[in-house]
Design a protein around this ligand. Structure first.
Ligand code: NAP
Length: 338
């Protein structure tokens, strides 16, 4: 059985997902596309033989579209996910789930009304081999209890002229907030957040606070320090070290040849997220389609999206108030308990 997919948003990652769904995923075909940028949609539609829709809601309701992939701008995710859920169709949503934690709650309420999970959220780091290995190391007990996590998320340059200080948290660090829960277990919720700012980096625009440093605490007392630096200039660099009471373990750098030259040994640091995590996106798409076929969604959920949005809001509040902000996530609905 092949799954017919409709894609809303045919920009950078939308095109990447279309390529992966059509050519690197079993039993999936993109049959419909939509983008507010009609020219891009037309080019992509022609390239992949997909019908181009002017109206995303008509695409969502099209009888020959089995499932929806949302890869448009962040502020549109809530509207399109809600429409897909109301149409009773499985939906993959790129992060972030919604602009606010309240928006995420509204999506949860819509999904719970249907009685079954339909939404799969694009936190692809859960499908990265390195993070999976790190999680196995924690689960195996060889590190002892995790005590501290040191995490770094560095981008060569900001994502574009429109990149804001908040977007470093709401757009990028949500990946960290999610994958840390994946590593340490979701039964140990975050309870507080603090965001402090060192002096501004030389290459950061005047209206951008960069880098930013975050301290999170979990209920069991694990402390996490987390850096976002979107003007690091040297590459796209994601690091994570888990310090336990028996041993510590670090996320491996992607495997590369080592070059010995001029008295040094070195390997390339990839320039972008596309180059750093290519396999994770392929595994993610395959898992999504396999979930659609089995009728049981196992991927990151709307609750996972809510948690990351709430933590992001607390971090931003901490930057503004210069206080440590308590994180009150409330009770995870039974519907979303794993
Ligand atoms: P992008 O290249 O700007 O593509 C977004 C596309 O959506 C653009 O073509 C944009 O049109 C279109 N769009 C905007 N509003 C729309 C609407 N109302 N209806 C239909 N299409 C609309 O951005 P991107 O990098 O692909 O990012 C897309 C989403 O993926 C974002 O939410 C981002 O956070 C997420 N993302 C996730 C990851 C990850 O690692 N998981 C990585 C990158 C991006 P215009 O050309 O007119 O702007």
């Amino acid at each position: 059985m092949s799954i017919n997919i409709g894609v809303i948003g045919t920009g950078g990652i939308g095109q990447g997902h279309i390529e992966r769904l059509n050519n690197q995923t079993a039993d999936a075909k993109v049959v419909a596309v939509n983008d507010i940028n009609k020219e891009t949609a037309a080019i992509v539609g022609e390239k992949y033989g997909a019908k181009v829709y002017d109206n995303p809601h008509v695409l969502i309701d099209a009888p020959d579209v089995d499932a929806i992939l949302v890869a448009s701008w962040d502020p549109t995710h809530e509207e399109f996910c809600t429409a897909a859920i109301r149409a009773g169709k499985p939906v993959f949503c790129e992060k972030p789930l919604a602009d606010t934690s309240e928006g995420c709650k509204r999506i949860m309420q819509e999904e719970m009304k249907t009685g079954k999970r339909l939404l799969f959220l694009g936190f692809m780091r859960r499908y990265d081999a390195g993070y999976r290995e790190l999680r196995y190391a924690i689960e195996s007990g060889r590190l002892g209890n995790p005590l501290i996590l040191h995490c770094k998320h560095r981008n060569m340059h900001p994502s574009g002229a429109a990149h804001t200080t908040d977007m470093s948290v709401t757009g990028s660090l949500v990946h960290e907030f999610d994958v840390i829960r994946y590593l340490i277990g979701e039964d140990d919720p975050y309870i507080s957040a603090q965001l402090v700012c060192p002096r501004r980096a030389k290459y950061a625009d005047e209206d951008l606070i960069d880098p930013q440093l975050i301290y999170l605490e979990t209920k069991s007392g694990i402390r996490i320090n987390l850096e976002t630096f979107v003007n690091c200039h040297y590459g796209y660099d994601v690091q994570c070290e888990v310090v336990g009471d028996e041993a510590s373990a670090s996320l491996p750098d992607p495997s590369h040849i080592q070059v010995r030259e001029a008295g040094t040994i070195g390997f390339e640091i990839k320039p972008s997220w596309q180059d750093r995590f290519p396999e994770a996106y392929v595994v993610e798409m395959n898992e999504w389609v396999s979930d659609i076929k089995s009728g049981i969604v196992t991927g990151p959920s709307a609750w996972d999206g809510y948690v990351t949005a709430k933590v992001a809001e607390c971090c931003i509040e901490s930057r503004e108030t210069k206080q440590i902000v308590p994180i009150d996530l409330g009770e995870c609905p039974a519907f979303y308990k794993k």
